[in-house]
Design a protein around this ligand. Sequence first.
Ligand SMILES: [Zn+2]
Ligand SMILES: [Zn+2]
Length: 341
Amino acid sequence: MKALVCLEPGRLELQERPAPLSAGLAPGPGEVLIDISHIGICGTDYHIWGGKHPFLAYPRVMGHELSATVRQGGEGTSLAVGTGVIVNPYISCGSCIACRAGKANCCTAISVLGVHRDGGMCGQLVVPERNLYPAGALNLRDAAMVEFLAIGAHAVRRSLAPKGARALVVGIGPIGLGAALFARIAGFEVTLLDASAERLEFAADKLGFGQSVELGAGSNEELMRRTGGEGYEVVFDATGNAGAIMNGFRFVAHGGAYVLISVVKDEISFADPEFHKREMMLIGSRNATKVDFGHVTASIAAGLVPLDLLATHRTTLEGAVEDLPRWAETKSGLIKAIIEI
Ligand SMILES: [Zn+2]
Ligand SMILES: [Zn+2]
């Protein structure tokens, strides 16, 4: 089978690798062999290619936003051959304190496809059946877009904010846009903050997010002015920037929540009096769970997520050798690029 391998930062190669069955890796008990169909390219993949991922061992087959069809099930599995599936790329241990609490998304021994182990930019994979969800009414391109949207949906669920809450989403790359879309689906009143006028225009014109502020001189004050100085009941950070994360504390209303979706290597700090007087909830949001995948799948099936507008670029495994490095550099007009096998 073909596999797109990142040999080291800046070097991608399409290799011929033995398929799992010919390599003697038949699916074991509880495992399923799948034919990969579509792969969404993520910010993480661009980071791996660019050598900006903190803990990554090369060479690596990237790809964690996946749809597939079932080829062969191992002992004790029940998914029928040919079933279209959405892949949850977070392989969890099933027994640690987080897994026991139903939080496989923050398993202490988590192994993410395409990050900690080889992922789906190839023909076939063997994965635990519990990481596969039937695509149902979704076509397989749409099924490959469930994972990145589930990250935002998870953050919205983590916020515990009620319907009608004023929400601010800071940073509207694909993850922030997903958070904004699912905040709107949850009935929040959504405002966006981003440094890119182009992205804000896209969000307004194509996705209907009319409330936004472009980052710049006076944007802090403008955001507060729009709430009569009260701030936002929930603020989502999806910037990947420590300075932006620290600046975001000021926007949280008294009694409100701050949900950190993006992760940074730096330390972040905040003034305790500002945090405390608000009785602020500071919430980390990591990956997504089966519940979030289900919510996203149902929302897509209900026509609530404009996937055709988000899937801006497409390529093949062969084409990605040149396309992925180019898109890593030039993101103008790019929301989500998808590889079709
Ligand atoms: Zn991703
Ligand atoms: Zn675990």
